[in-house]
Write a protein that binds this ligand. Structure first.
Ligand code: AHR
Length: 503
């Protein structure tokens, strides 16, 4: 099968905001306890953080991490996680029915995020709490000194403010599962008043309001309209959440349909952009609201096991999906979808980062191991830099149960002018046929292929518990000074990075 990508350096979608390669740590399951924090582990550093996990996270190059939840957030008191550890309370986490010891809290998260080279994307509880507690948290974190809360931060060891820029106004407040779930109007009013108060404390912060926690929620659309109508002037981003899997009556052998779910993600993003812009027009506003896709991933493997977990444990095995090869292919396509929408998606968080629906897993006594989905994420976050070039693609298409005209070839290129490189990401969704892939660089002059890799050759349901999955070399041939050819194996994720000269 033939497939081609033509790119022109002057034809761009947008500059990439690298915060789209963000991730998420929730105080849930083993994400924190025995994930990133385990003082008794042989690899623990002086703060009790697992250095083997830090090493793996650095490979993923995650620039921003959302914290502390998730559903956990909507019943959390941030004050429980500050001060001397032996005086912190153990509480019921009524969102996930776990015990929360609060041995890891705000200061630990800030210290740890510096060690993984990420900035925090902090969230405030608008489920059981409200305006005052949110404003207090901004004061504690960002006010220099001389007030009760900023001085308390200093007493707790942080002389300098944390200077947290990006904040989420609650989590999934449209979801009936959420503690303190709200109607659109209740949430919109509370979010707007909280936003005003938080920005009074620090007018340099950016705020993310909750959009819909799924496009399938019955309030999708009307929720966005109400929230935007009320909060438009005081927020900067609207959030989206979306998980994929084989749900309900889905047939787990319907791989063609599963691999096409990026079409749904694209429709979701474009729908929310349209709603933001409709309200902008209605308000005659000059301000544009961009998107924070602050939870996305595959999540379904652990659902049955999670119903068997005994409640009220510290750090139980919850949401420990073991990802297979087809999940990695879908995650690859979802990443390409975020890039294709880089003009409006400015923040995104792979949910989550360690142990809980995560690319990185830990053995409690042993090492870390990497899931299949680690590989496409690692490549896009490390090499998808600069601007996204508009993809002019020719590909055969297929129809699946839910989606029509899905291209077998999913591809995009990014151009990094700083070091004059172009990186092409390309996925072949065909289960049996290779794609004879031609890339036309138009007026750019190719210098050399820096690296080219493929992630292929595994059965769709293979996972990486045995650690055998890895990237393999891909032969990419310079046909002349502006064309490259490569053969993309059936069911494969590929990356080609080249250096170029502008002609
Ligand atoms: O990421 C797991 C959960 O998914 C989060 O706690 C919640 O926000 C979402 O429903």
């Amino acid at each position: 099968m033939q497939g081609s990508l033509t790119i022109k350096i002057s034809d761009t979608i947008a500059k990439i905001d690298e915060r789209i390669y963000g991730s998420f740590i929730e105080q849930l399951g083993r994400a924190v306890y025995t994930g990133i924090y385990q003082p008794e582990h042989p690899s623990a550093d002086e703060d009790g953080f697992r250095s083997d996990v830090i090493t793996a996270i650095k490979q993923l190059n995650v620039p921003l991490i959302r914290y502390p939840g998730g559903n956990f957030l909507s019943q959390y008191r941030w004050e429980d996680g500050i001060g001397p550890k032996d005086q912190r309370p153990t509480r019921l986490d009524i969102a996930w029915r776990e015990l929360e010891t609060n041995q890891f809290g705000l200061h630990e998260f800030i210290d740890w995020s510096k060690k993984v080279n990420a900035v925090p994307n902090m969230a405030v509880n608008l489920g059981t709490r409200g305006i005052q507690e949110a404003a207090d948290l901004v004061e504690y974190c960002n006010f220099p000194s001389g007030t009760y809360l900023s001085d308390l931060r200093q007493q707790n060891g942080a002389r300098e403010p944390f200077a947290i820029k990006t904040w989420c106004l609650g989590n999934e407040m449209d979801g009936p599962w959420e503690i303190g779930t709200k109607t659109a109007f209740e949430y919109a009013h509370l979010a707007n008043e909280t936003a005003k108060a938080m920005k009074r404390v620090d007018d340099t912060i950016e705020l993310v309001a909750c959009g819909s926690s799924s496009m399938d929620n019955p309030t999708f659309g009307s929720w966005e309209e109400t929230v935007l109508e009320e909060c438009y002037d005081n927020i900067d981003y609207l959030s989206l959440h979306r998980y994929y899997g084989y749900y309900n009556d889905d047939d787990p052998s319907e791989l063609d349909n599963f691999l096409a779910k990026n079409v749904d993600l694209d429709a979701f993003i474009k729908g929310v952009v349209a709603m933001c812009d409709a309200i902008k027009a209605r308000k005659r506003s000059k301000k544009t609201i961009n998107l924070s896709f602050d939870e996305w991933n595959v999540w379904y493997h652990s659902n049955d096991a999670d119903t068997q977990v005994t409640p009220w444990q510290v750090g139980p095995h919850l949401l420990e999906d073991v990802y297979n090869f087809e999940d990695a292919l879908l995650v690859g396509s979802l990443l390409l979808t975020l890039l294709k929408n880089a003009d409006r998606v400015k923040i995104a968080c792979l949910a989550q980062l360690v142990n809980v629906i995560a690319p990185i897993m830990t053995d409690t006594d042993g090492d870390t191991w990497l899931q299949s989905i680690f590989y496409p994420f690692m490549q896009v976050s490390n090499y998808g830099k600069g601007v996204v070039l508009t993809p002019h693609v020719e590909s055969e298409t297929y129809n699946s149960r839910e989606f029509n005209n899905v291209p077998y070839l999913d591809t995009i290129a990014t151009y990094d002018s700083t070091n004059q490189t172009i990186t092409i990401f390309a996925e072949n969704k065909h289960q049996h046929d290779a794609i004879d892939f031609n890339i036309d660089f138009d007026t750019l002059k190719l210098k050399e292929v820096i690296q080219s890799t493929q992630f292929s050759g595994y059965a769709p349901k293979d996972d990486n518990r045995d650690g055998k999955m890895n990237l393999a070399p891909l032969t990419a041939v310079n046909l002349d000074d502006c064309h490259i050819n490569a053969t993309l194996a059936p069911l494969s994720w590929n990356m080609i990075q080249v250096s170029v000269d502008s002609k």
